[in-house]
Every structure is written in C-alpha cells, then in structure tokens.
Design a binder for this molecule. Sequence first.
Ligand code: UDP
Length: 244
Amino acid sequence: MERLDQLYEGKAKRVYRTDDERFLVVEYKDDATAFNGQKRGTIVGKGAVNNRMSNVLMRYLESNGVPTHLVEELSERETLVYAVQIIPLEVIVRNVAAGSFAKRCGIDEGRVLDRPTIEFSYKNDELGDPLINAYHAKALGLASDDEIEEVKRLAFRINDLLREFWLSCGITLVDFKLEFGRTDDGTVILADEISPDTSRLWDAETGERLDKDRFRRDLGGVEEAYVEAMRRVRDRLEEGGEAL
Ligand code: UDP
C-alpha cells in the first residue's frame, strides 16, 4: 500500500490517500489543542502513544465484536484505516461527572453517575461543536434513525468493554469521545481514535489524571501522564500474554 497526497490535516492527525481508495493512512502528530483551538502546544511523544494505544484498544474492541476502521499499524505514528464517511457527531459517553458536564449540571467533578450517559455534539469547528440531541441530529440530516440507534448501541457496548479494560490497568474511565463512520454498504463502524486526548483516565486509587486535562488545566507532567497510561496498557497486555 502506497501513501499518496495529504487529504486533510486536523488538530492532532494528518490523513493521506493511498493507491487503493478503500484505505487511508492516518498520521498522529504531537500537536495539542484545547478549548476549540484557543490553547495550542506540543506534547512530545503523544503521537506515538495515541497511535499505539488507539490501535491496541480498537483491536480489543474488534475481538469483542465491535467493528472499527483499523486495518493495520504501519509505523510508530501511522496506521492504515478503512476510508469511511464520518458521521458528523462527537459521541460522548460518561461514567463519572467531569469537564463540561459537571459545569453544565452544577455538580462536582468526580461524582459517579447512577448510570452511564451519552450525548452528541455537532462536529463543526466554526460553531465550537455545539451540544445537540438525537432529534436535532435527525432533523439536520446528520444521521438516520437507524444510525443513531446503532451509534448508541455501539457506544454503550464500547463503554462496557473499555471500562473493564481500563479498570484492569488500575484506571477509572471517566468519559470519552467517539466518532463513527459509515462504510459504502451503510454499516456503522468506529473511526477516529481512542486515546488520552479523547478520554478522561483517572488513576483508580489516587484519582491522578492521566489524560489531556493535564495540558488543558496546566497541571504539569503531561508527557509523563501519556507515557504512564501507555505503560499500564502494555503491562496489562503482557500479563494477559497478548502481543502488542
Ligand atoms: N472530548 C474530545 N474532543 C472534544 C470534546 C471532548 O475528545 O472536542 C473528550 C474529552 O477529552 C473528554 C470527553 O470528551 O474525555 C468529555 O469532554 P467534555 O464534554 O467534558 O468537554 P471538555 O470539558 O473536555 O471541554
């Protein structure tokens, strides 16, 4: 598979065409942004961690019946994925109140929710990814009824699987963001990434944050947090005798 011209450059990744239109190459960068691009910086080594972690987690999800865009890790920062049409929704699943949810609802960060919850944002940088509901998504033609149902089903299933995985690494999965794509035959599959950029990961004992909140909130130890989260994933796989 040959990597061809760049199709798109996002905040944390570049996407390239390949000589086979069914596939794209994703390249993970060390660039970090927060607050809709207002805060910018670099997290050295982040691209390599996010590439590897996202692939490990997607492979784990695949082995548990969740369809994903992952085809093959090509290098430290590059992965071959299926080309899909991205459904323009940021799908956020929460187990513990944090971030914008805690603020919006006036509750303390860290309150364990009675049950996991889901919300949608309209993926639109100019508008700052506004919160919308499923009716809005359907009314705007962003996704069909069936697609919304499938997105919800997959998102909660992914939450169950990832929660268990992270707990076995000594980490509480507080919340995370997913993006889904539709394939040519209309199947909804998981796309984008799963990493400390897109998930809140708290040490299960101490509550220490091992995710992008260290960058957003200037907590220090940003690089170390990404490396530590990845180390725990690696240890967990080695314990289970699984290859990375
Ligand atoms: N998130 C993300 N991209 C976004 C917004 C949120 O990956 O554009 C992730 C974020 O890392 C967190 C979860 O989604 O794990 C919930 O984020 P929240 O809505 O609390 O927003 P924030 O407080 O990060 O602005």
